[in-house]
Design a protein around this ligand. Structure first.
Ligand code: AR6
Length: 350
């Protein structure tokens, strides 16, 4: 997946380059800088001392010594001083310069901490916004296959902005149906679900609520039921597949393949597999990612998901969050992923 938000200690990331939130003197310090120098060993400081410091907003590259990555890119974020002192432009520059250095050194995988969001006091939600915006802009315009990680060290400190968080929470509270683990109610609900499936078999709904997809799934188009009708005959007239529908929708929207898979946060290799195999069955997060990239309505999203054997339900937080964003007409996959991360859900993309 081209942009991933992960929870980890950046010194444990086995990527091509990790980025360090350094200071102007490149002399090591606290926070992530301290962790990186401790894990890399004294040789790192020795090399840093040869670089002549680093301006705020700029970036410099060194070896990684005992770290599991190949390079460390040192960038110096701005100190937050109320937000009216060029902080945003300087922070953006940190990401741009670091990504350019990584690209120039042939890195395919790069991991960033949230620059300036610790000792330098940049509000975490704003720092995350800058990180996501600049990295996604870079990936959209980058011809190489790069994967960039935003590494969140302390999940408690992760914030997507109070307003968005409380809006989503309210939406979840209104729409999310808690699942019960109680056995009796599970069995009675399952029985009810079977009945529901029986009833719906004549309709057109495929439900994944009670894992009875196979029993009650129905075709888009009813089969004429004649005595000569064999399984073989039916298998010859399969409906449009997920991959076929996806390619058709890409054309209908006037998008190029690359525009679509980049917007879906899907890497080129996976897209090629889907394109070349009309019967490819993607995972749910991949299928939803394409629906978001194509800016499909809720109904169209359901149709596309159904092709991959999935549905959106109110008994699943992931689904409710996706519904929230689609209803708001917000198809920014990176913002959606931030929200999914905040609610401990799987992220969209491969
Ligand atoms: N892995 C990933 N993220 C981490 C880790 C880690 N091991 N440790 C901390 N973070 P900070 P800054 C997160 O303070 O604000 C140093 O003294 C942390 O939770 O490291 O740019 C330098 O020498 C926070 O979200 O960097 C500078 O003087 C983010 O990394 C100054 O601090 C950045 O926090 C730079 O301050």
């Amino acid at each position: 997946m081209p942009l991933e938000i992960v929870r980890n200690d950046i010194t444990k990331m086995a990527v091509d380059a990790i980025v360090n939130a350094a200071n102007n003197e490149l002399k090591g310090g606290g926070g992530v800088d301290g962790c990186i120098h401790r894990a890399a060993g004294k040789e790192l400081l020795k090399e840093c001392k040869t670089l002549g410091g680093c301006e705020t907003g700029d970036a410099k590259i060194t070896g990684a010594y005992k770290l599991p990555c190949k390079y460390v890119i040192h960038t110096v974020g701005p100190v937050w001083n109320g937000g009216k002192n060029n902080e945003k432009a300087l922070l953006e520059s940190c990401y741009r310069k670091s990504l350019a250095l990584a690209k120039a050194h042939g890195c395919e995988t790069v991991a960033f901490p949230l620059i300036s969001a610790g000792v330098y006091g940049y509000p975490k939600d704003k720092a995350l916004r800058v990180a996501v915006d600049i990295i996604s802009e870079f990936l959209l315009n980058c011809d190489d296959d790069m994967t960039v990680y935003i590494v969140i060290f302390d999940k408690k400190a992760f914030t997507i902005g109070e307003k968005l968080f409380s809006d989503i929470k309210e939406f979840i509270d209104d729409n999310y149906v808690e699942e019960h683990s109680d056995r009796d109610s599970f069995y009675s609900r399952r029985l009810g679900a079977m009945k529901l499936c029986d009833r719906e078999a004549s309709g057109s709904r495929v439900s994944e609520f009670y894992s009875c997809d196979e029993e009650c799934s129905v075709s888009d188009r009813p089969y004429p039921s004649t005595s000569s009708d064999s399984l073989d005959d039916r298998l010859k007239v399969l409906d449009e597949s997920f991959s076929e529908m996806l390619l058709r929708k890409i054309d209908e929207k006037g998008m190029t393949d690359a525009q679509c898979y980049k917007k879906a946060n899907i890497d080129r290799k996976l897209f090629s597999k889907i394109r070349s195999n009309p019967l490819y069955r993607p995972g749910k997060t991949t299928a939803v990612a394409f629906a978001i990239a194509l800016e499909l309505s809720l109904k169209e999203t359901e149709e596309l998901l159904k092709k991959a054997g999935f549905a959106l339900s109110h008994s699943n937080k992931f689904d409710v969050i996706i519904e929230f964003f689609i209803q708001k007409g917000n198809y920014n996959i990176y913002e959606i992923n931030e929200a999914l991360f905040a609610f401990d859900q799987c992220l969209l993309g491969a």
